[in-house]
Design a protein around this ligand. Structure first.
Ligand SMILES: Cc1ncc(COP(=O)(O)O)c(C=O)c1O
Length: 449
């Protein structure tokens, strides 16, 4: 057994050295939840217990765990070349990877810019939007509008966009010129909706208020998650995204979708923009782009954005059209993982499976929990679902974490965000896996005080 396998398979002696991200470290380290292997729709603990993965890892392992096609592609390329820069030189696989992404998008999209995570894709998309306006002679368009309860990763741009108060409160030096429109959560009118809620298209009109305050000529773009994931799965009301697009068109603002979780099939189409038939000017991707195997992010741009930057450079004699990029952008190994992943999605028609089989099944199974204790809402769209729990008095979020831990004891890895349990299993899950998840959740809720 290699040393890494040995280290992976036993409980660590030292839990203190690793400062865990977005985790209650004190609670975790008192009673760690360790996973050491994964296959198909399940994880395995170091002592061999099987746990159904209700989250596709972190919304990323869409094609299921242990895909040997991806491992083989990564292995092959790593042995052929460990690293090739994509500044000034490049490798053929980077171009193949970009073309493969575009083979899934609507035809109005024509360029892919690679980054190394969803967070990097977000900061990249902000810079592309600014560079575009600069190229078009409108550098004063430097304000972004995002949404309350929005999550856009952890870099400075994404932190500034964040509409989650706790994700901002420790950091004072976030970017200026960002304001927020209201979120779309409306339990009073929409609780227990199946699919898109009926009420709330008018929440998009909040954008008009921001435009009235700051002036459209100062605004670079509006960025939203088509379905907000990290803030508890907020599904856009019918007509809401269409209305945002109309307002952006009316005022000449770029509309940006953060498709880091909705990208790659979650709604039964490659991207949410196809599901809703609302086309943003730019959208971000990560996670499912490589099935979670190798860090990678991307920004997809509609035709005209890249060209505007090229024209600007041509006119002004600039050598480089966009002063931005990371050492590992389109790394050969990530590009290989991307190509193998997208081939699996296409060859196995996994997005059709989501649309035809998994989405209706998840809806039926999750809504069967409506009579379980503490449940105040159940919502779903595509292969995404949420069960919202009544918060404990004076301790919001506590019931969520307790429920998640009890689910784990009962054989399901269910993520919580606040008091909402979120569901986004891999697309190879079978009905049996969904049953095990729902049974674990019911048991956990019945056990909770
Ligand atoms: C909508 C959204 N945007 C951005 C990110 C950040 O991606 P990453 O964690 O890969 O940096 C996430 C991560 O969960 C996300 O859900």
């Amino acid at each position: 057994m290699s040393e890494v396998t040995d280290l992976m398979n036993k409980a660590p002696n030292d839990l203190e050295s690793f400062w865990m991200p977005f985790t209650p470290n004190r609670i975790f380290k008192r009673d760690p939840l360790l996973l050491s292997a994964s296959k198909g729709a399940c994880y395995y603990t170091p002592d061999g217990r099987e746990v159904v993965d209700a989250a596709a890892g972190l919304w990323c392992v869409n094609a299921g765990h242990g895909r040997t096609e991806i491992a083989d592609a990564v292995n092959t390329i790593l042995r052929q070349s460990d690293f090739i820069p994509t500044f000034q030189f490049c490798h053929p696989l980077a171009f193949a990877a970009a073309a493969k992404v575009l083979s899934f998008t609507p035809e109005e999209y024509s360029q892919v810019f690679f980054a190394n995570s969803g967070s990097e894709a977000i900061d990249t998309v902000l810079k592309i939007a600014l560079a575009y306006h600069y190229a078009c002679g409108e550098p004063q368009r430097n304000r972004f509008i995002s949404r309350s309860r929005g999550y856009h990763g952890i870099n400075m741009g994404g932190t500034s966009l964040a509409g989650i108060m706790k994700n901002r409160m420790q950091f004072q030096s976030v970017l200026p010129n960002i304001s927020h429109i209201r979120d779309t959560h409306d339990l009073a009118r929409n609780a227990f909706s199946r699919g898109q809620p009926a009420h709330g298209a008018e929440f998009a009109d909040d954008l008009e208020r921001q435009i009235a305050i700051y002036g459209a000529h100062t605004i670079a773009g509006v960025i939203v998650e088509p379905v907000a994931g990290s803030t508890g799965v907020l599904i856009p009301p019918q007509g809401y995204l269409e209305r945002l697009r109309e307002i952006c068109d009316h005022h000449g603002l770029l509309l940006i979708f953060d498709e880091v979780i909705t990208g790659w099939g979650r709604l039964g189409t490659p991207f949410a923009n196809q599901y809703f038939d609302v086309k943003p000017d730019l959208f971000t991707l990560a996670k499912g782009l490589t099935n979670g195997t190798i860090p990678m992010g991307a920004v997809v741009a509609r035709e005209g954005i890249y060209e505007a930057c090229l024209d600007w450079a041509e006119r002004t004699g600039e050598m480089i059209e966009f002063y931005h990029g990371g050492t590992y952008a389109a790394h050969p190994v990530a590009s290989a993982a991307l190509c193998a992943t997208l081939d699996i999605y296409r060859n196995e028609r996994l997005f059709d499976r989501v649309r035809d089989d998994l989405a209706p099944l998840l809806e039926e199974k999750l809504h069967s929990l409506a009579d379980a204790p503490h449940v105040i809402d159940i919502r779903n769209l595509g292969f995404i679902g949420a069960v919202e729990l009544a918060p404990r008095e004076g301790a919001p979020g506590k019931r969520g974490i307790e429920a998640s831990r009890l689910c784990f004891e009962r054989g399901a890895m269910v993520r919580f965000t606040g008091d909402t349990l979120a569901f986004s299993p891999p697309f190879i899950a079978e009905e049996e896996h969904l049953d095990r998840i729902v049974t674990a959740v019911r048991g956990a809720l019945e056990a909770l005080a």
